[in-house]
Design a protein around this ligand. Structure first.
Ligand SMILES: Nc1nc2c(c(=O)[nH]1)N[C@H]1C(S)=C(S)[C@@H](COP(=O)(O)O)O[C@H]1N2
Ligand SMILES: [Mo]
Length: 366
């Protein structure tokens, strides 16, 4: 494997700042398995090949000018978001120590993948299409665990008009930044961030999942028996890759470990974000509990003109909380599909898809 030139850029914003606007416009989290490639939008091409009748070589200008442009506002979340909570509440896991900020909520614009696939036309029978995948790759730079970054999603999702799978050229009405995939990245609303390939240069229609490490040997919820890398080996092929993310919520204010001074009425402000499950959005309810889950109080969901099925919900409330130390507050989101966060979540080696109650712990209330 070629050496990585530098340590990949991985960082998340501070939570109070993250929830300060519905569209997260500044300092969104960055997750990279490689260095950031500097690509030229004038010469860059996206190749579409595999089981299609007409392979295509698409320039950025062609993606912009020869296909209808669509916009979608959606949450984009790393499957490892909240890993820190799994590692501290249950037991040690492998992976970057993400807190609750490995998520962004942005507007993405570009052609729909299904329109591009329609131009190329499949050479698969209807039966074959059911199990087929669309693989995405970035070959620009070597990654930590493979020579290129590659993943795939089911062809059925790519073809669903209501699934809004895009090849995004713009983020929040501006060309993508280098960090977020300039000049083109995949956006798959409701699905783990790992599938949103940045610096996209190849799309392949194929009858099985991507062969890449990041599809086959990572981003899978392994059973609890997979306690270490050695034990994990027997499960990698048996377990499905993560696609749809689970419903979730976190408390951004007050932050765990902080001291909060109550208002004269004995109340404190509690705020956070909530995320729907895969296709189950929007979030319809967020409750909080200040008595360890015995009673729950419904919070106010903030509405926004651009919200929809795939976006996050910001929420807030004020509640009377008794003074004291070591206090804990929980949050619990429910989405339109009726999916709700569990009190506890099973451990998995890579610490992904943690979605037990959101919590602010070790609080001192004065
Ligand atoms: N080419 C490429 N695409 C990638 C990655 C990567 O390392 N290389 N990381 C993936 C992962 S794991 C996530 S969570 C998102 C993060 O997107 P962001 O860096 O724009 O926040 O990009 C995905 N797309
Ligand atoms: Mo990720």
């Amino acid at each position: 494997m070629p050496e990585l030139e530098e340590k990949p850029l991985n960082r998340e914003p501070e939570l109070e700042q993250l929830i300060s606007s519905f569209i997260t416009c500044t300092k969104n989290y960055d997750r990279n398995h490689s260095a950031l490639p500097a690509l030229d939008a004038d010469t860059h091409r996206v190749r579409l090949d595999g089981a299609v009748k007409h392979p295509l070589e698409l320039s950025i200008a062609a993606l912009k000018n020869t296909f209808t442009q669509h916009s979608v506002v959606c949450a984009l979340q790393c499957a490892g978001n909240r890993r820190h909570t799994m590692r501290t509440k249950i037991k040690e896991v492998q992976g970057i120590d993400w807190f609750d900020g490995a998520v962004m909520n942005c507007k993405w614009t570009g052609p729909r993948l299904r329109d591009i696939l329609a131009r190329a036309q499949f050479s698969l029978s209807e039966e074959q299409q059911k199990d087929a995948h669309v693989a995405f790759a970035c070959n620009a730079v070597p990654c930590e665990d493979d020579t290129y970054y590659g993943v795939s999603i089911p062809l059925s999702r790519a073809m669903r008009e209501d699934a809004d799978v895009l090849l995004a050229l713009e983020m929040n009405d501006r060309p993508l930044s280098v960090e977020h995939g300039f000049p083109v990245r995949v956006i798959v609303p409701g699905v783990a961030g790992a599938r949103a390939v940045k610096w996209l240069d190849r799309i392949t229609v194929q009858n099985s999942e991507s062969e890449n490490f990041y599809q086959r040997r990572d981003y899978k919820i392994l059973p609890e028996a997979a306690v270490d890398c050695e034990a994990a080996k027997q499960y990698w092929d048996a377990m499905p890759s993560v696609q749809e993310m689970p419903v979730n919520s976190i408390i951004a204010v007050p932050g765990s470990g902080s001291t909060v001074v109550r208002d004269v009425d004995g109340m404190i402000a509690i705020k956070g974000y909530a995320l729907p499950s895969g296709d189950g959005g929007p979030v319809v309810k967020v409750e909080v509990s200040v008595d360890k889950g015995k009673t729950w109080h419904e919070t106010e969901l903030l509405s926004h003109v651009d919200e929809g099925r795939w976006s996050w919900k910001l929420w807030q409330t004020r509640l009377v909380v008794p003074v004291g130390q070591g206090k804990i507050i929980y949050s619990r989101a429910t989405d339109a599909a009726g999916k709700s966060q569990p009190a506890a979540c099973k451990w998995n080696l890579r610490g992904i898809c943690y979605n037990a109650y959101g919590e602010a712990n070790s609080l001192t209330i004065e």
